[in-house]
Structure formats: C-alpha cells, structure tokens
Design a protein around this ligand. Sequence first.
Ligand code: SKM
Length: 282
Amino acid sequence: VKDSYLVGLIGAGVGPSLSPALHEREADRQGLRYLYRLIDIDALGRAPDAVGDLVRAARDLGFDGLNITHPCKQLVIEHLDALAPQAEALGAVNTVVFDGGRAVGHNTDVTGFAASFARGLPDAALERVVQVGAGGAGAAVAHALLTLGAGHVTVVDALPERAAALAAALDRRFGGGRVTGGGPQGLAALLARADGVVHATPTGMAAHPGMPFEGALLRPGLWVAEVVYRPLETELVRTAREAGCAVLDGGGMAVFQAADAFRLFTGREPDVGRMHGDISEL
Ligand code: SKM
C-alpha cells in the first residue's frame, strides 16, 4: 500500500499558508510520510501563467497532487487533462490530482464551504442571502450556496460588472433567476430583508483590516458567514457576535477544503474533527 505522498501549493505569496500544517498534521496522525511544499511564483520570480510549466514539472518530479491558489485557479485549467464537474462548472481549480500521467482538476472550495456551512449553521434560513464579494472565493461560495438550496442570492461587489458576470454564469448553470449581481449601493436595504450574509472579500485579513460594511447593519436574526480565516476572529466575526448574529467563521471552509483535497490526494478519510482542532491552534 502506498504510504508516502508529495504534494504542494502553487500561488503568489503563499508563505503564510496554513495548508502545509493542516495536511501534514493529519497525515502524521495517520502514520503517513507526507510532505506539503510551498511553490511561490513570487519567490520564483515567475508570472501567474507559469502555472502550466510548474504543474508539469511537479508531475514529472513525482508529486501526487497540488493545491492551486490565487492567481492561478483559472489559468491552470488549460493545462489539465480532465476536470471534475464542480471545477468545470465553476471554471476554477484549487486541487490537481496526478493520476498516472494525467492531471485532473477539482474544486474543493465549493465542497469545503458547503460542508462548513452545513456543520456550522445547520438551521440557517436560505430564502434570501446576500453575498459581499464576487472574486475567486466569492464564485465558489455562491456556487455552494445555490447547491445548498438558497432561494435567492444577491451578490454585491465594488466592481458591479464582476458581480453581474458571476450572477449570469450561475444563472446559466442553476437557472430560475436565483442570482442577481450588482454594486454595493443597495446593501443596507438588502441586509434589512435578508436571512443571512456571506462575506467573501479580503477585508479583515491583516493586510486589509477593517469591516466590509457598516457594523450597524448587523442585527440578531441575520446569520453571518465569513470566508477570511486569518485571523479566525475578523472584525466582522467579532462585531456580528456582539450584535447577536449566528456566526460562521472562515476556519471551517479552510479545514473542509483541505480535508477534501487530502482525501483526493491519498484516497484516505481525514478526521475532520481533529483538523478543526488544528486550525484553532495554528
Ligand atoms: O483553495 C485554497 C487552497 O487549496 C489552499 C489555500 C491556502 O493554503 O492558502 C487557499 C485556498 O485558495
């Protein structure tokens, strides 16, 4: 039986990633020899479109798989031999599995958010959801919300065209006029009528401190789901808890996307409960 694995993460500025620790700790507990390497295109002085060369190099050097992060999740697709349905629908890949000589793309951000949401906010009403942020994480999260059965998702973004494009793509896939997209100007009115809000911009990370919208818009009865996981307690998470909202922090998505990738890389079942313990320690 195979018990040694070499995997990695390709992206820009991946130094602070928690993925090596999340994967290697779980692998250690399972008695595997498992190395998770960081392949930083900035440190290598390579442009994002070098991702194809790097994926081929990793395959040739015997890697079992890769995670792919910003800004390579779309660029990598043309270099892959096949896509799992979710990755294909989304047009974004965060996990590549080498299967023989073939490179197969998956998206565990979608499954990761869906699993985290189901675990952390199991009773949340999904009739009217507002999502702030239509970038890479936002696309995965909106997709997951529709898969979870959201009645209607309104995506707002500082770039209204980006929100509209995401809404149009999701409408082609899911139908039923369940998604609309636009700018942030109507946010206060939207939040006043919403069951919950998902935050999917970088605001709240150390490099982008602050709140994505005014804390005064939060109220008990509105659930809040955060995608940022460094730190786990963003200003939004803290303010929402103080306001009496049911809150889901970003740690669950980080753990479940890693767990789903671990399963794809090794064929082994990760203990997600233990991995949740890891992320609160890291
Ligand atoms: O999709 C994930 C990726 O698998 C790993 C990651 C990280 O380690 O920073 C971030 C996300 O893009």
